[in-house]
Design a protein around this ligand. Structure first.
Ligand code: NDP
Length: 248
């Protein structure tokens, strides 16, 4: 029997990058995956078709995670369709980088709305279901930038640091009902988000990583799968760095 056979998982931001890797991994491992996209319907459709051709089960939904009503309606529809919700992976995220002197309020707010408030909306809606169910897993994708900071990313690092506090507080709130909440903090992963860096910036990053390379989305997805699986049943409230040793 596959690792996640019969499980129902939600993955936000499944249309690209790390989220796509997570969706593909969980579908391969037998789960029914409800993934979201925001602005890439064609990519979502292509991924869904490939996964279906390989025998997996994934359904994509257009959900802007910063829209409270849309998130609530999405969780309701998944639970109505599937009758349960075993795990949520809060992966959707954006960057609007710039030094603080030049950062607009809009760039601050959109990153907080998507990367932090969106996680709150998903967690709150999922918690209502998981508390009733007396089981569930939530994996929030943070970043080592939320722990160490990064020049040019006060908005992003504040949102990712916020995810750490949210994760720990929520883990305490939900633990008595067997709902486990953890944060996975990637270092540098090869995706379109990091594709915006120049070659010099990329080389400098690699030099600072003990493993001297970036992670692939699949290397993050494998750890997410572990945090959703029975083997991790005694882990909650943790921040797990998956960063090639960068932040040790
Ligand atoms: P990408 O930019 O490659 O993909 C972002 C995903 O988020 C897309 O699927 C996008 O959907 C979705 N998304 C963006 N805005 C919204 C929104 N408002 N509502 C719903 N979905 C949205 O990012 P990565 O794969 O690189 O990053 C994924 C996560 O990992 C993020 O949380 C990021 O902060 C974190 N991370 C990434 C690192 C890296 O090195 N890449 C390092 C550390 C953390 P669509 O395309 O449909 O708009």
């Amino acid at each position: 029997m596959s690792k996640h056979q019969g499980k129902v998982f939600i993955v936000t931001g499944g249309s690209r990058g790390i989220g796509e890797g997570i969706v593909r991994t969980l579908a391969r491992e037998g789960a029914t995956v409800h993934a979201t996209f925001n602005s890439s319907p064609d990519r979502a459709e292509a991924i869904a078709k490939q996964i279906a051709d390989e025998g997996g089960t994934v359904q994509f939904h257009q959900v802007d995670v910063s829209n409270e009503e849309a998130v609530n309606a999405f969780i309701d529809s998944v639970v109505t369709t599937s009758g349960r919700l075993d795990g949520v992976v809060n992966n959707a995220g954006i960057t609007r980088d710039g030094l603080i002197m030049r950062m607009s309020t809009a760039d601050w707010q959109s990153v907080i709305d998507t990367n932090l408030t969106g996680v709150f909306y998903l967690c709150r809606a999922a918690a209502r279901v998981m508390l009733r169910q007396r089981s569930g897993r939530i994996v929030n994708i943070g970043s080592i930038v939320g722990l160490a900071g990064n020049a040019g990313q006060v908005n992003y690092s504040a949102a990712k640091a916020g995810i750490v506090g949210l994760t720990k507080s929520l883990a305490r709130e939900l633990s008595s009902r067997n709902v486990l909440v953890n944060c996975l903090a990637p270092g540098y992963v090869e995706t379109e988000m990091t594709g915006k860096l120049t070659d010099e910036q990329r080389a400098a990053y690699y030099e600072s990583i003990p493993l001297k390379r970036a992670a692939s989305p699949g290397e993050i997805a494998g750890v997410v799968s572990f945090l959703l699986a029975e083997e991790s049943s005694y882990i909650t409230g943790q921040v797990l760095n998956v960063d090639g040793g960068l932040a040790m």
